[in-house]
Design a protein around this ligand. Sequence first.
Ligand code: FAD
Length: 401
Amino acid sequence: MIGQAKAAAMGRRDAPLPPRVDVAIIGGGIMGLSTAYHLARSTKLRIAVLEREYLVSGASGRNGGGLRMQWGDAGNVALMMESIEMCRGLAQELGINLWFRQGGYLFLARSEAGEARLVRNEQLHRELGAPTRLLTGAEALEIVPQLDVSEVRLCAFNPDDGVVFPWPFVWGYAGQAVARGVTVRTHTGVERIEVLADGLRLHLSTGERLDADRALNATGAWSIELNRSLGIHLPNHPHRHEIMSSEPLKPFLDPLVVDLSTGLYFSQSTRGEVVAGITMEDDGPTPTEVDLGSSRRFLSVLGQALVHIMPVTARLRVLRQWAGPYDVSPDGDAIVGPSPGVPRLYQVCGFTGHGFMMAPAVGKIVAELLATGKRHPMLERWDPARFGRGDSTRREDMIIG
Ligand SMILES: Cc1cc2nc3c(=O)[nH]c(=O)nc-3n(C[C@H](O)[C@H](O)[C@H](O)COP(=O)(O)OP(=O)(O)OC[C@H]3O[C@@H](n4cnc5c(N)ncnc54)[C@H](O)[C@@H]3O)c2cc1C
């Protein structure tokens, strides 16, 4: 339990706002807060984070907490190797228990195409120094004895991948940002942004105004509405992703397991709950609004896929289910950098189902960009202007969910 004083030190609804800041960060999710922390660590800039609700109300408080190096694209593998390395010392750095557990990720391929993906990835990972290894189904049983591997053609296991408990991760960044002078204001939405000659004027839901030299749109799946109000049209869209957790069980499952054929993933949290989700298409046309509703169909689809690969879970009792917003980018790459037409407003969005794991490295990259203009190589492909130029390319085929 976090006491009132400690909670207040991580951001408050009544935190006094200065009339002007150098950087206003809109959205108090993991992206906004990781950036605020890194920026405050490396500069003396005046920074404010504005969060419309409470700190873990968005995707950052609703996700599965999975972190992996096992990607299909070299840029993402390298980024995640850096992010996981940062996570090793992060609990001490942030002064909070992140419940970071490196039990590995175990990918199962049941199709020829899936098998080919794992073979190709393992070679790439070896070249980059990531410790992924290929296993037969029988070898995978040494890691998860309860699996039904009768249809499994090949597996890939990386022992350095793992899971965290998302909430303290968010709170940790917030606490350390506040300790370094950042104003973290909760329950305060940015309703409108006015472009001034020398900056941006943010009109807030409290009736206040905040002027900023530059601002960062870190509102995840809600970024679309804020962008639209400024005439910025980016092609990301919200997607409702559902997830569930079971009653707590004695620890029995070390890795997070992914079945490539269905997009099913499941892990056991440090608290003993089995946490599971699965790829499901949008119900109708591409959504434009965030929808956080839960469905029975999800439980049915997930239950069948889970019991198929892990028959012992037929007796598992569901404790709760919920949904969170994916912020889907059409080419699978994030959208990070100055906005087309409004260069003082930077974007850090479009992270689909993997923004949490990337946030430690991304926060540092974005902070460097804002502080010094230094451009990490990933910023080339994440450039928000790429869609307007028609040069967006899909490089990644390991996006789950
Ligand atoms: C069910 C689920 C499972 C997932 N599993 C994983 C996983 O295992 N690993 C992983 O890496 N990623 C996972 N993800 C993805 C990950 O959660 C997101 O990519 C990441 O949290 C995005 O962080 P964010 O800070 O960009 O957005 P958010 O956390 O959504 O934060 C945006 C914030 O902006 C606020 N906001 C919105 N509009 C305004 C406004 N106008 N003014 C002020 N504030 C505003 C919102 O209230 C919100 O708090 C999962 C996502 C879901 C939904």
